[in-house]
Design a protein around this ligand. Structure first.
Ligand code: NAP
Length: 247
């Protein structure tokens, strides 16, 4: 129970990787705030599973693409728990297409949620974490943000942008014992990848040296490594959880 007494906020915690992160944070003793966009039942089930592990947990609906909603969400967390120790910027979407075919609104939607959404949340957490001289921020990038991917120019831009942005926050907050790191998953089985055609699954598996997809728990373990108090001398780093994909 290395995180007992800590408070964590996970964006997009209602399913997939975010759900696994919430459960692993709770297993380590953290109180967990589960953010979601529309799936209230999923988020409430995750919060109930956290409470069953003996920690406090609540849900907060907020669209991370809305700056004011992110600010209100962080205020709500600090009002309830008196601090925010761990922020996981996990919420993300895809709107895949060949670059030639990506509509302006689909480019904007992906950047608004994946990149600006993380910016709004990190910015909202900046002051409380700076004041308490403690914080662990972890953002979910992607192997696609490191290497690019045909059909994902918008998603790759958002995930690459997240790396540069997080490194900038890391430099600004390093003197305040606030770390910002990133986990870059490869091919992980969730709703996001279930939506891909069978042919894409085969191609993805072939691109993974380990030959199979990872699980949300594989990613959650890496996120929790950065979120631990004991990782306090590590900041601005990107850790791939990808079965060797980016090697
Ligand atoms: P997922 O199964 O599609 O779940 C997405 C989560 O994000 C849901 O909880 C969803 O909430 C939430 N969300 C979406 N838009 C939101 C918004 N505007 N505001 C607040 N929450 C929002 O995705 P996943 O596969 O778990 O992916 C999690 C993260 O890992 C994403 O950032 C993704 O880009 C990244 N990633 C995933 C993979 C992979 O292979 N799966 C690989 C690399 C990186 P609702 O349930 O309420 O809709």
């Amino acid at each position: 129970m290395t995180m007992t007494g800590k408070t964590a906020l996970v964006t997009g915690g209602s399913r997939g990787i975010g759900k696994a992160i919430c459960l692993e944070l709770a297993r380590r003793g953290a109180n967990v705030v589960v953010n979601y966009a529309g799936n209230a039942d999923g988020a409430e089930a995750v919060a109930a599973a956290c409470r069953a592990m003996g920690v406090q947990s609540m849900t907060v609906q907020a669209n991370v693409a809305d700056s004011a909603a992110c600010s209100d969400m962080v205020k709500q967390v600090v009002a309830q728990f008196e601090r925010l120790d761990i922020l996981v910027c996990n919420a993300g979407i895809t709107r895949d297409n060949l670059a030639l075919m990506i509509k302006d609104e689909d480019f904007d939607a992906v950047l608004d949620t994946n990149l600006k959404g993380a910016f709004y949340c990190m910015k909202a957490a900046y002051r409380p974490m700076m004041k308490q001289k403690y914080g662990r921020i972890v953002a979910l990038s992607s192997v696609v943000g490191l290497r690019g991917n045909a059909g994902q120019a918008n998603y790759a831009a958002s995930k690459a942008g997240l790396i540069g942005m997080s490194k900038s926050f890391a430099k600004e907050l390093a003197g305040r014992n606030v770390t910002i790191n990133l986990v870059a998953p490869g091919f992980i089985e969730t709703d996001m990848t279930d939506a891909l055609p069978e042919s894409a699954h085969a191609a993805l598996n072939a691109s993974v040296p380990m030959g199979h997809p990872g699980t949300p728990v594989d990613v959650a373990n890496a996120v929790c490594f950065f979120a631990e108090a004991s990782s306090g001398y590590i900041t601005g780093q990107v850790l791939c959880v990808d079965g060797g994909m980016a090697v």
